[in-house]
Ligand binder design. Structure first.
Ligand code: FES
Length: 165
């Protein structure tokens, strides 16, 4: 049935992901120095590094969870929360900042009811900040899924968001 959850299929998928991660970990010595590499592999297997995934890595590698959390929170490229279907990046480089980038960001936070780094509750958008796309003549600029929208203002925002279901 459309829209229903086939939970058994979902669980089987997840089990396959954990099995794969387990195989990956077995290829490494249980050493702290291998943790970053394993986390990279885990992030390639799972959409993000959930608590369950971090627990699993800790158990398989005999490492305390605090150690794993420490590494994950130190490096910004590790995702610990689900990502939205679309990624909005607001430029706050000098040109965009001067020409209203912060207003655009505030507007997006309010409209989506999220802070930077968060995902809207409908799973549609994740909000991020960047420092210059190299399109300063188009300031303030916003990229959605790497497509740059130029000279964005509050009026244009809703129209732009509507293009991303
Ligand atoms: S400062 Fe925003 S694109 Fe360069």
């Amino acid at each position: 049935m459309a829209g229903s959850c086939d939970c058994s299929e979902l669980q089987a998928d997840q089990q396959a992901q954990f099995d794969l991660l387990s195989q990956v970990i077995q290829n490494y010595e249980k050493k702290d120095s291998n943790l970053i590499q394993i986390l990279h592999m885990a992030q390639a297997i799972f959409p993000y590094l959930s608590d369950d995934v971090l627990h699993f890595i800790g158990e398989e590698m005999d490492l305390p969870l605090s150690k794993i959390h420490g590494v994950v929170s130190f490096y910004s490229y590790f995702e610990t929360r689900p990502h939205g279907r679309h990624t909005i990046q607001v430029c706050l480089g000098t040109a965009c900042y001067v020409r209203g980038g912060t207003k655009v960001l505030d507007n997006l936070k309010k409209t989506l009811n999220i802070e930077v780094g968060e995902t809207s509750t409908d799973g549609r958008f994740t909000l991020e900040v960047k420092r210059c796309f190299g399109s300063c003549g188009l300031a303030p600029a916003v990229a959605i899924d790497n497509v740059i929208h130029k000279r964005v203002n509050a009026n244009k925002l809703q129209e732009i968001l509507n293009q991303y279901p």
